[in-house]
Write a protein that binds this ligand. Structure first.
Ligand SMILES: Nc1ncnc2c1ncn2[C@@H]1O[C@H](COP(=O)(O)OP(=O)(O)OP(=O)(O)O)[C@@H](O)[C@H]1O
Ligand SMILES: [Mg+2]
Length: 210
């Protein structure tokens, strides 16, 4: 069983969305996937999973709320991959989740307002040796400016962190899909599908360690 987690110091940067995108990708590849939703206030992934059921979208994706890692560890043996979604701020759980994970994704926007706290969190986590080599920063909800994307990439590289080799652009179509229980490559728009496939491939390779 592998664990891929989405953590961050900023709200609304795409953690829950990329967790769903990765879960969809793994499910379509016939892996048994569970989303562990630690955001007990919002339960974004649990709600989305129920929406998926209501709309009859296959494959079904299990999502369950968890309060502690102990509970998660006890219940996940039947799964190939557990995707962990966390709250929009870093707390003790962030550190524990990171230690347990095979890969730790930190989604961030391209602005310095997003990058600064994200890189600060990455530096803090990287102090734990068992975590430092698992951290992967993901440019998320990016706008259409190539220059801003390139600058953000340069900032992350300069800070010495790994970056996912695909980005997650902000598009209305992706949001509309999430609202009805789809995610990522389940979009009906061919251009968006291609974009989603690229990030799914990149994330799943790291999540499954291949
Ligand atoms: N690529 C995208 N294009 C357009 N909208 C997006 C995209 N990705 C995510 N969103 C939307 O952005 C909002 C925030 O995304 P999401 O809930 O994944 O962030 P989060 O980091 O989990 O937030 P929180 O910190 O509140 O848990 C949601 O309304 C979601 O539908
Ligand atoms: Mg969330």
């Amino acid at each position: 069983m592998r664990i891929a987690s989405f953590i961050g110091q900023k709200g609304g940067v795409g953690k829950s969305t990329l967790a769903r995108v990765l879960a969809v990708a793994a499910s379509h590849e016939k892996y048994k996937v569970l989303i562990g939703d630690f955001d007990l206030e919002q339960l974004t992934c649990v709600e989305w999973s129920a929406m998926r059921l209501r709309h009859g979208i296959e494959p079904e994706i299990d999502a369950r709320a968890f309060k502690s890692l102990k509970k998660l560890r006890k219940t996940v043996s039947e799964y190939d991959l557990v995707v962990v979604d966390t709250r929009g701020l870093a707390d003790e759980l962030t550190e524990d989740v990171s230690k347990e994970s095979d890969v730790v994704f930190l989604p961030t926007g391209t602005s310095m307002d997003d990058l600064r706290p994200t890189l600060a969190l990455a530096r803090r986590l990287a102090k734990t040796r068992s975590v430092s080599n698992k951290i992967v920063i993901v440019l998320s909800k990016t706008g259409r400016s190539e220059r801003l994307i390139a600058e953000a990439e340069a900032t992350i590289a300069e800070a010495g962190f790994d970056m996912l080799n695909a980005i997650w652009p902000e598009r209305d179509g992706f949001q509309a899909d999430l609202d009805v229980g789809r995610a990522g490559s389940e979009t009906h728009n061919p251009y968006l599908k291609q974009t989603a496939k690229a990030i799914e491939t990149a994330m799943i390779a790291l999540a499954m360690g291949r």
